[in-house]
Ligand binder design. Structure first.
Ligand code: MAN
Length: 488
């Protein structure tokens, strides 16, 4: 009997110890308190010290549905204090804090249903189901990020190759432009020379014709020559080279001009400076042949002197035309090269993000139809709604996950159209959706591997690991998430 009493005493003492210990630890008894703050809710000589003020209230006033502390910390488990928070334990899933005003409001906020403890509404525990769904979702996201990361590596390589190609092209273009500019100057000078020679030659032709026709004196020749505009121009050209005058030379062909008119000299110079087309080439060889014969048989030259001068003029005209053609094609080549160089330089004036990963995506255009409009988004360039400009690329935002396009077509009675493009990690470049949150301000969501990051992968993996471990603590069953543990 005595030993029986002793056993009872021991049991009562143990129970008292357990209960007392629990009271002093003051943990699970206080509804809505985050375990990390449980020590603050200990019973200190029958009082509770409000957490953010010097107020002290009777311990029994905790969670009595009346707000005693100014900071609301005495009512973590009721809706009595506006500024207070309720801690959902959500065992098996993710614990969370909700505003205390949500407690017993008839809406299930905690997946374990703990916020609706008065039972106004039935909140079955959904934490396990949510954990499973969240883990599945996270696993899918992780797979996408992993695939995206490997695509991103490829994109980086493509970007640096494209950048190197363009750098190289821009170097070549600069050299080509410089050479073409030098050649343009030279060709211009050559052209001037030939035009000058042509004038002199025409002058000679005219003089010769007049002589042949009239067989007359110098005065009639000079008269005939001075009536001719071409001759006038020619006379001006040769005005500073007049040491030797001959009657038959009309207005006065100087020694230098005579030199100029040497068939061989003209031919050689023409051959040097022109790139004539096939037909012209044949013409040139014929001319050469003709000149050769003339030079070998001076008497022929005399007989055919009129013919020679005429041919020479024609020949000169051919050279001049050819030089003009060359100049024209040189100028259009210069124009083309300058435009291309400008475009390349403009390419390099934009920020292509970390490791220039976006370089290869520049001018990649994505299209989609939404709410009756056809949208075109050309990355880092511009956006269109049908034919309407929704903005040109202006700048990056949010650590290279947002592109901002501004200065589009003005909205009727409103601002210029602008577009925000948000980038999410994905394997391919795809538009997720287009909206117009406010008039003429558009939003496009899209995926690209360029924004996939290891940090994001780690963040998601850590979150999934926490959920999985919470989940595994509450269930012994070998359910789907646990089997996939090795993926985390
Ligand atoms: C067009 C479209 C719309 C826009 C209106 C504004 O219809 O560009 O997106 O809201 O113009 O007038």
């Amino acid at each position: 009997m005595r030993s029986c009493n002793l056993q009872w005493l021991l049991l009562v003492w143990l129970c008292a110890l357990f209960l007392f210990g629990k009271e002093t630890r003051g943990t699970s008894a206080i509804r809505g308190v985050n375990p990390s703050q449980s020590s603050l809710y200990e019973n200190k000589s029958g009082f509770f010290h409000c957490l953010n003020s010097t107020q002290k209230i009777p311990y029994s006033s905790l969670n009595d549905d009346f707000c005693d502390c100014d900071d609301g910390t005495d009512e973590p488990g009721t809706a009595a204090c506006d500024q207070s928070t309720f801690y959902c334990e959500n065992v098996g899933y993710i614990p969370k804090n909700i505003p205390s005003s949500h407690v017993n409001d008839g809406i299930c906020d905690c997946c374990d249903g703990s916020d609706e403890w008065l039972g106004y509404v039935a909140c079955p525990n959904q934490c396990t189901q949510l954990a499973k769904e969240r883990i599945e979702k996270r696993l899918v996201e992780m797979r996408t990020i992993r695939e995206g990361l490997s695509k991103r590596e490829e994109l980086k390589i493509r970007s640096s190759l494209k950048a190197a190609q363009l750098q190289n092209r821009s170097k070549l273009l600069k050299v080509a432009i410089h050479e073409a500019e030098v050649l343009e100057k030279k060709t211009n000078k050559d052209l001037e020379w030939f035009e000058q020679v042509l004038k002199v030659s025409q002058l000679q032709d005219l003089a010769s014709n007049v002589t042949l026709r009239n067989n007359d004196s110098i005065s009639s020749l000079t008269e005939a020559v001075s009536n001719d505009e071409t001759n006038n121009a020619s006379c001006e050209v040769q005005s500073n080279c007049v040491e030797e005058k001959e009657a038959s030379d009309g207005c006065g062909i100087s020694c230098n001009e005579k030199e100029m008119l040497q068939p061989e000299l003209i031919f050689e110079r023409c051959k040097d400076v022109t790139k004539v087309y096939t037909s012209s080439r044949i013409m040139l060889s014929l001319e050469k042949f003709f000149f050769d014969i003339l030079s070998k048989f001076p008497f022929l030259s005399k007989i055919t002197s009129g013919r020679q001068r005429k041919t020479k003029t024609e020949f000169l005209q051919l050279c001049i035309n050819n030089l003009k053609e060359q100049l024209q094609s040189l100028r259009s080549e210069l124009e083309r090269n300058r435009t291309e160089l400008e475009r390349i330089q403009q390419y390099f004036s934009i920020d292509y993000g970390p490791e220039s990963v976006f370089f290869a995506l520049r001018d990649t255009c994505l299209e989609t139809d939404s709410q009756g409009y056809h949208y075109t988004l050309c990355l880092l360039s511009h956006a269109l709604q049908d034919g309407i400009n929704l903005g040109k690329f202006k700048q990056w935002d949010s650590n290279y996950t947002r592109m901002i396009f501004t200065d589009g077509t003005p909205c009727w009675n409103g601002p210029a159209r602008s577009t925000i493009v948000d980038l999410l990690c994905g394997v391919n470049e795809t538009i997720l959706g287009v909206s117009e949150p406010s008039k003429c301000q558009y939003h496009i969501g899209m995926t690209t591997c360029a924004v996939c990051s290891i940090d994001e992968l780690k963040r998601i993996r850590d979150e999934a690991s926490v959920i999985l471990s919470n989940f595994n603590q509450t269930t012994k069953s070998k359910s789907a998430p646990e089997r996939r543990h090795d993926e985390l």
